[in-house]
Ligand binder design. Sequence first.
Ligand SMILES: Cc1ncc(COP(=O)(O)O)c(C=O)c1O
Length: 288
Amino acid sequence: MVPTAYLNGEFLPLSETRISVMDRGFLFGDGVYEVIPVYGGRLFRLEHHLKRLQNSLDAIRISNPLAPAEWHLMLTKLVESNDAEDQAVYLQVTRGVAEKRDHAFPADVTPTLFAMSTPMAESVDIDAIPGVSAVTLEDIRWNLCNVKAITLLPNVLLRQQAIDDGGTEAILIKNGLAIEGAASNVFIVSNGLLITPPNGPSLLPGITRDLVIELAANHAIPFREADITEQQLFNAEEIWLTSSTREISPVIQLNDRVISAGKPGPLWRRMINLYQDHKMAIRKGEAS
Ligand SMILES: Cc1ncc(COP(=O)(O)O)c(C=O)c1O
């Protein structure tokens, strides 16, 4: 069945969505996006995603095309129009279609709003998660990485380089510090302490990252937001990568080095169980 998508006020089959080649998203990558997981038909942390979207829109000076209640309505309808209990909703706002190609903002342009949803696998067998390998690469991105911009070419090149090098994700190094993954945030366990870099312009304020921090705080897991040096990364007892679609992914190999004896570590196991419990609560409507 063709998934249902949303484009500029209309719900229609994804295969029938069309935009102009003059859209500034196409010509300049001039837009921002969000990816929101759906568990049991319920949107995960929708308020947090809408807040981050607003911050991204403000940063690139696009006015929000929908009010919060309209976002709720549209996204709920999109989820209901697609069958799966668990889904990943992708939404994108671009500056819109201009008459001519010019770097400067066009006057009186209407933002383009597109959203689609893809099914996600429902059950997670924690014991069957083998762990992933990652490679360190120099961070070649810009200075506004807190903006969730659709201009993802550096991230695309970095992820592909990681795959070409035999890994599944790149951990990006800037000025000797581990910043985040090409499409994920990074955590380490060092001397029993869980550490992730503080938010700022170098990295995306991940929604999954925030939930992991909340769960650590609520369950007395020793935790700190602090810089992670490259050396700390390589000497870590555990390394995790977090994102909405991959949840909490344990790294068991970094470049040529085996991490946490080549299997997911004990603190990861504790955290992924807390995370799955939280998802279960969302499914029952007891958490967001
Ligand atoms: C660069 C980058 N960092 C971090 C994340 C994780 O963010 P979230 O947990 O909100 O999915 C992503 C997700 O796509 C990302 O692209």
